[in-house]
Design a protein around this ligand. Structure first.
Ligand SMILES: Cc1cc2nc3c(=O)[nH]c(=O)nc-3n(C[C@H](O)[C@H](O)[C@H](O)COP(=O)(O)O)c2cc1C
Length: 323
């Protein structure tokens, strides 16, 4: 399948694995790359920029194919050394970066002269247009359905993707709520050039998380996620569990971030993936979990999506329009 994404990025299939805190490590990213899709190491999963350099090298030992790094820029009282992570990415010669979370202007100033292709993840059409005007190579549009931060506008992909396609000229990537060939074909029909998936790639054989978390995703349906942090205008879609319900209760009672800080700590979330206790903390999961019924290798998943997408286009859709 050839799209503007496969052409511009030189990636075999129009499939992307987005950055995932605690999950986007070398073994997953290399498996995605070896399957012919684009994977992203998640920079901030690595404790220091030096660790990121080592993780990139580790990934290169596992694949000869190109891969990217996700740099998530979140407002914080004690921000990580973002610019040092960015320098590590440039010095390692990584060809692709996925930026997310905030205005990427300062980072584009070092990524673009280094010849890095930048995908910026936005949750609104106006932010997507801003990113395009800054010169990013592609915009990934991540709406209401997605795992992690969907923004505050609550516009699902079925409207957000074509609304973005109508306004943007750059390569457009549909993200959120996509886990199979039907999602890929639908996204292409809506005007996207590729799809980005998080939850689906989290539930693969090479994903470096506890098998119990994968088993949870296989059984979870579309009602088993929850939005937290609505009242702080920093909404995040997470797996619904004891902690997420507690957080929402505290928010409803007028609690502040201080009141939930310990419950939502990143270290507790990390425990979920390490111990398999899905109630240990807050962890991201998207509505797309309803479409996940197994734990394939990345190779099996990518092959299945591409084969079934062709079948849908050639058989089901073509059959609807007799020649
Ligand atoms: C476990 C997990 C962690 C994530 N962490 C990040 C992150 O650190 N930075 C980021 O930009 N997106 C993050 N995301 C969002 C994904 O990159 C992607 O945009 C999203 O998962 C798409 O929705 P989907 O899960 O329905 O495919 C995360 C998603 C998951 C499932």
């Amino acid at each position: 399948m050839r799209t503007r994404f496969t052409e511009l990025f030189g990636i075999e299939h129009p499939l992307i694995q987005g950055g995932m805190q605690w999950v986007g490590r070398a073994e997953l990213v290399a498996a995605v790359a070896n399957a012919g899709a684009l994977g992203h190491i998640t920079a901030l999963t690595q404790p220091t920029p030096e660790d990121l350099t080592r993780e990139i090298a580790r990934c290169r030992e596992l694949t000869d194919r190109p891969f990217g790094v996700n740099l998530t820029i979140l407002p914080s009282i004690t921000p990580p050394p973002y610019m040092e992570y960015a320098q590590a990415i440039v010095e390692a010669g990584v060809p692709f970066v996925e930026t997310a979370g905030n205005d990427p202007t300062t980072f584009l100033e070092i990524f673009k002269p280094a010849g890095i292709k930048v995908i910026h993840k936005a949750t609104t059409v106006r932010h997507a247009l801003k990113a395009q005007s800054l010169g990013v190579d592609a915009v990934s549009i991540d709406g209401f359905d997605c795992a992690g931060h969907p923004g505050e506008d609550d516009v699902p992909g079925l409207v957000l993707i074509p609304a973005a396609a109508d306004k943007l000229d750059c390569v457009l990537i549909a993200s959120g709520g996509i886990a199979d060939a039907r999602g890929l074909v639908a996204a292409l029909a809506l005007g996207a050039d590729a799809v980005n998936m998080g939850t689906r790639f989290m539930c693969t054989a090479e994903s470096p998380i506890h098998e119990q978390v994968k088993a949870h995703l296989v059984h979870a349906d579309e009602r088993m996620t929850q939005h937290i942090f609505r009242s702080f205008r920093n909404t995040a879609r997470v797996a619904r569990n004891k902690i997420s319900e507690q957080v929402v209760e505290i928010e409803k009672a007028g609690g502040s971030f201080e009141d939930v800080r310990d419950l939502v700590s990143g270290q507790r979330g990390r425990l979920v993936y390490e111990t398999g206790d899905t109630d240990a903390g807050i962890w991201s999961a998207g509505l797309s979990q309803a479409l996940i019924h197994d734990v394939p290798t990345c190779q099996e998943l990518v092959e299945r999506i591409m084969t079934e997408a062709e079948e849908i286009i050639h058989t089901r859709l073509a059959g609807l329009v007799p020649a």
